[in-house]
Write a protein that binds this ligand. Structure first.
Ligand code: HEC
Ligand code: HEC
Length: 316
């Protein structure tokens, strides 16, 4: 009996003196969110995942190339990490096949966080509060698998579907404009062919395609080829999902298009942008020559894919 009271007294004392952060962290998702925003995962403790995947831009970056530690510059645009829960390929070249597998890449990339993953994990193990938080959530001390699981759990929570498009699809009250509805029809049609590559509820089939942004001169990123070594994969990149695309400018693997208007102009007349593309998909070789009306409609459709949470934020 006395023992019971002592334990009770002890736990009450802990609860009373427990620092506030312990109360907020209840799930793997909460813990992953904390890690996602914590610079502890970068060599000089200056960069967190959120430094490049910024919440206000649907967890993408608004500059073409995000600086890594000590201002080092990589070569690809930081994409949105929202709506990835159903993806099977990660990165523009697909070098990771799950969110849990993906996590050590940015941590170890010398152009990004530049810290070995095992060092990152031992920092977390030595940290004054993380070991306690991991014990609370997982019942054991942090290790590589748990760090991966926590961050991936947070990323998996970033699904968005509160858009005009979704409301319209489900016959709920909506303000999907006539232009956006026409844009959707065009998007899915044989005329524009967008849906051939951008299909599924998130507008990607997790395939790799070459849309003509590879010419070995100005556009030198070999994309999927870097992973497979197969010449058929030269200049192929993962088809990105298009949810929230209106807030994730600039666009494409290198961030070379500033606006959605520019992206649509590209699909209309790719030859005006890249004169001699290599290995371009046959679907796109003949310019679509979209009319101004068709371009406006496609733009309106792409804008209808923005989750309501981002409509409140004024974009730069
Ligand atoms: C210095 C900027 C930077 C930092 C820091 C960074 N990333 Fe990224 N992230 C990128 C870039 C650039 C890409 C695209 C790289 C590629 O495709 O080769 C990317 C791609 C991704 C992807 C793949 C998205 C997709 O659609 O395939 C995920 C997931 C991701 N990052 C998560 C993270 C996590 C988690 C962290 C923190 C551990 C992190 N990133 C830190 C720049 C960054
Ligand atoms: C042959 C397959 C294919 C077709 C057809 C296609 N796309 Fe794409 N789309 C891609 C690929 C692959 C990328 C990424 C290319 C890169 O990163 O360099 C992309 C990128 C984009 C992006 C930029 C997304 C981002 O986050 O950077 C938008 C917007 C887009 N496509 C819209 C469209 C529209 C609108 C159409 C129809 C006019 C269309 N796509 C037709 C494969 C395709």
């Amino acid at each position: 009996m006395l023992q019971f009271f002592l334990v009770l007294l002890f736990t009450t004392c802990i609860a009373l003196v427990a620092p506030p952060y312990l109360k907020d962290i209840k799930t793997a998702q909460n813990l992953g969110e904390k890690l996602f925003f914590d610079p502890i995962l970068s060599k000089d403790s200056t960069l967190s995942c959120a430094s490049c995947h910024k919440p206000e831009f649907a967890f993408a970056d608004h500059v073409a190339i995000s600086p890594g530690v000590a201002g080092k510059m990589g070569r690809r645009n930081a994409p949105s990490v929202m709506n990835l829960a159903s993806r099977s390929e990660f990165f523009y070249d697909g070098r990771a096949n799950s969110l849990r597998h993906q996590i050590h890449f940015p941590v170890e990339d010398p152009m990004e966080m530049d810290l070995s993953f095992s060092n990152a994990v031992s920092r977390i193990q030595r940290h004054p509060m993380y070991p306690e938080l991991f014990k609370k959530v997982y019942g054991r001390q942090p290790d590589e698998a748990l760090v991966r699981d926590a961050i991936a759990s947070f990323e998996e929570s970033l699904e968005t579907a509160d858009t005009e498009f979704d409301a319209w699809m489900q016959d709920r009250p909506n303000t999907m404009s006539e232009a956006a509805i026409r844009g959707r029809t065009l998007f899915m049609s044989d005329r524009a062919k967008c849906f051939d590559c951008h299909f599924s509820p998130d507008f990607t089939g997790d395939e790799f395609k070459n849309i003509g942004l590879y010419d070995e001169k100005r556009h030198i990123d070999k994309g999927r080829y870097e992973v497979t070594g197969n010449v058929a994969d030269l200049g192929k990149f993962k088809v990105p999902g298009l949810r929230n695309v209106a807030v994730t400018a600039p666009y494409m693997h290198d961030g070379s298009f500033q606006t959605l208007e520019e992206v649509i102009d590209y699909y209309s007349t790719p030859d005006k942008f890249v004169a001699h593309p290599i290995n371009m998909d046959t679907l796109l070789r003949k310019p679509l020559n979209l009319t101004d009306q068709e371009k406006t409609d496609l733009l309106a459709f792409l804008q209808s894919l923005t989750d309501r949470q981002f409509l409140r934020i004024k974009q730069p």
